[in-house]
Design a protein around this ligand. Structure first.
Ligand code: AHR
Length: 308
């Protein structure tokens, strides 16, 4: 659109229409679905064109999606890496093609930070710390050892690595807390349930706490605990991460004790960052999403107002 003098109108001059390629992790959890919608809507609502690719939790799918974005000569790539390592080559290819990459949600473990513009996502180590701090406080009066089973996220992913690290960092000063079993549930309900079943089979009467790296696995595990004949949140304390609606429903039903927030609704903020970069603004390398934590006694009151 132009004005009478043939110049671009103000609206066009400030926000150029971009083609944005978005390589998403998958559809493994409630959190992920909310995150996908938030980013997709923010891109299209801002008038940009979206090229979307779902990696189904497989690194090789992400590498080929990014290569295809490069060959389509998109203006920017949004990338939420399934795992932290192994993306150097493809990110170098994007850099060589002068296509800016924005890391969303998950980080990479790569030394050369010139391979991406900025990383917008949660502080997963802090989330792990918050989970452990809640537990230490909640069980302050407990005498004797406290046996914890841990459902880890996807092996090699930033949230699985960091949530474990933050949790263990706090518990290192409290030797009565012992992680007795720890295995991946790949961030899904189905695997969370299955792995919890195996934890219960091997040591069912000695589990005091479940620490799940996300709510979906916690919800799957709650089912396993009930089927085993124990009462979740009473016989076994349940800690999750994400603060999705499903966790609020479980807490409102008295089946889950606490969830640490991980906010997936950063699509609009991400698009602002892409536009700012395109307009020549210098961005911080790391931008964190702010978040809270919620306990069972707040669940009923907050359930209806939860957006994801
Ligand atoms: O990377 C964020 C994590 O990935 C969420 O906590 C989890 O639910 C998702 O699958």
């Amino acid at each position: 659109e132009t004005n009478e003098e043939g110049n671009a109108t103000e609206e066009e001059a400030t926000s150029e229409k971009l083609v944005i390629g978005f390589s998403q992790v998958g559809a493994e959890s409630e959190w992920r679905t909310a995150n996908t919608t938030s980013i997709q809507d923010a891109i299209t609502d801002a008038g940009h064109e979206l090229q979307f690719s779902d990696a189904q939790q497989k690194q090789e799918n992400q590498i080929s999606a990014i290569r295809s974005f490069i060959s389509q000569e998109v203006d920017a790539i949004v990338f939420s890496p399934v795992v932290e390592t192994g993306f150097e080559t493809v990110l170098q290819e994007a850099k060589d093609a002068d296509i800016p990459v924005f890391l969303a949600d998950r980080a990479v473990d790569i030394e050369d930070d010139s391979l991406w513009v900025t990383f917008l996502g949660s502080d997963f180590i802090e989330e792990g710390r918050k989970a452990a701090e809640w537990l230490v406080d909640d069980m302050a009066d407990h005498e004797g050892d406290i046996n914890i089973v841990e459902l880890q996220g996807t092996v090699g992913s930033a949230p699985a690595i960091d949530r474990k690290e933050g949790f263990e960092e706090i518990l290192a000063d409290h030797s009565q807390f012992v992680i007795t079993q720890s295995q991946t549930g790949d961030f899904t309900r189905t695997d969370g349930k299955e792995v919890m079943e195996s934890f219960l089979r091997s040591d069912g009467d000695n589990i005091d706490v479940l620490y799940a790296h996300n709510d979906d696995m916690a919800i799957g595990a709650i089912q396993a605990i009930e089927e085993y004949g124990l009462t979740p949140a009473e016989d076994i304390k349940i800690i999750g991460i994400d603060a999705v609606k499903g966790a609020f429903e479980a807490m409102a039903a008295g089946k889950m004790n606490v969830t640490v927030e991980c906010n997936p609704l950063f699509g609009p903020q991400l698009v602002e960052l892409i536009e700012a970069h395109m307009a020549g603004e210098e961005l911080e390398k790391r931008i964190a999403v702010e978040e809270d934590m919620y306990t069972m006694d707040q669940a009923k009151e907050l359930l209806d107002s939860r957006e994801y």
